[in-house]
Design a protein around this ligand. Structure first.
Ligand SMILES: [Zn+2]
Ligand SMILES: [Zn+2]
Length: 362
């Protein structure tokens, strides 16, 4: 029996979001219906609304979510009704060339539910944001998008691991391979950058330099574990990072902005043979120009971090455990909890840089 629930829909390019009645079909083979408990408001939701991802309106927004599995389709064995889960947007296939080589975090053939959620009015098919669509009381996903974690953790905290916080922590611990005693610089201290700081601290980095153009964000970065801060509006960040690292540059520089000028800063702010991690997401028109001799001569590695190169089944339960033990504070990323009707307002606050995360709680 299909069900009707309320959800936040972006109807068209730059139109305000609306709460609509949506129809959730029963889960098909390999699928699950999840009763959402919390879902964070991410920049990617705003990009969907603005038409920055694609034109497949209407979108059912929301993708940083946790909830309880309500029902599962045929053949689902990894999760069962009643399980508390974090949703992920990369359900790995297990059979592509990356998965077969033992690198499932790169899976080139991730999948979503095949059955479609629709608008009650007119029956229009919805495009769920990142294959999730969790600004809704319930949503339909591929069962592989559900990762079971300790139900003792607050849903608003758990959901954030589903996207931005995992991307940032993973950029440090998975992609950047930050190690004990390393120096790390993080350029751009929004939610992802701050999570990279938390990840660097967890990995034992000795020096963590936060770079941003907003002093409010630098103050927050300090509470997340930055040992030094640099305002790049008033100070040359490359010079400042070199000064703070004995004149050499950082072992790992994490670029969490996604712009050519900040990438260039990251490129020159690292030590010889150091690592640059790009976790900020650029737009299609951006171009990068660097002397190829410097790319060669400075050595090291230039990496991109997809979703923190995370493997949800490995990383989500581990990070929830560390949070429960007090070794990382994921709760610090929740600036406010809001209702389903407040998403448009939350976009405005996010745009102004007032919040790390607003989280819709059901
Ligand atoms: Zn795969
Ligand atoms: Zn996101």
């Amino acid at each position: 029996m299909s069900q009707q629930v309320q959800g936040v829909v972006a109807p068209g390019k730059n139109e305000p979001v609306r709460i609509e009645t949506i129809v959730i079909p029963d889960p098909g083979p390999g699928e699950a219906v999840v009763k959402i408990q919390a879902c964070g408001v991410c920049h990617t939701d705003l990009h969907y609304k603005q038409g920055g991802i694609n034109d497949d309106y209407p979108f059912l927004l929301g993708h940083e979510a946790s909830g309880v599995v309500e029902s599962v389709g045929d053949g689902v064995t990894d999760v069962a009704p009643g399980d508390f889960v974090i949703l992920n947007w990369r359900a790995v296939c297990g059979s592509c060339r990356a998965c077969l080589r033992g690198r499932p975090w790169y899976c080139f053939n991730t999948h979503n539910a095949e059955r479609k959620m629709t608008l009650l009015a007119g029956g229009t098919e919805l495009s769920p944001a990142l294959g999730i669509g969790a600004f809704a009381e319930k949503t339909l996903v591929a069962a592989g998008q559900c990762t079971k974690v300790d139900p003792a953790v607050a849903p608003a905290v758990a959901g954030l691991l589903g996207c931005g916080v995992m991307a940032g922590i993973g950029a440090a611990i998975n992609t950047g391979d930050v190690g004990r005693g390393d120096s790390v610089a993080v350029i751009g201290c929004g939610g992802v950058g701050d999570a990279a700081i938390v990840g660097s601290r967890l990995a034992g980095a000795a020096r963590i330099i936060a770079v941003d153009i907003d002093d409010r964000k630098l103050a927050t970065a300090k509470t997340m574990g930055a040992t030094h801060t640099v305002n790049s509006r008033t100070t040359d960040p490359v010079e400042a990072i070199r000064e703070l690292t004995g004149g050499f540059g950082a072992d790992v520089v994490i670029e969490a902005v996604g712009r050519p000028e900040t990438y260039e800063q990251a490129f020159y702010a690292r030590d010889l043979a150091g690592t640059v991690v790009l976790v900020g997401v650029p737009t299609p028109e951006m171009r990068l120009e660097l002397p190829l001799l410097d790319v060669f001569g400075r050595g090291g590695s230039l990496k991109s971090s997809w979703y923190g190169d995370c493997l949800p089944s490995r990383d989500f339960p581990m990070l929830i455990d560390l949070h429960q033990q007090g070794r990382i504070d994921l709760g610090a990323f929740v600036t406010e909890t809001i209702g389903l009707g407040d998403v448009e307002k939350a976009f405005a606050r996010m745009h102004e840089g007032d919040v790390l995360r607003s989280v819709v709680v059901f």
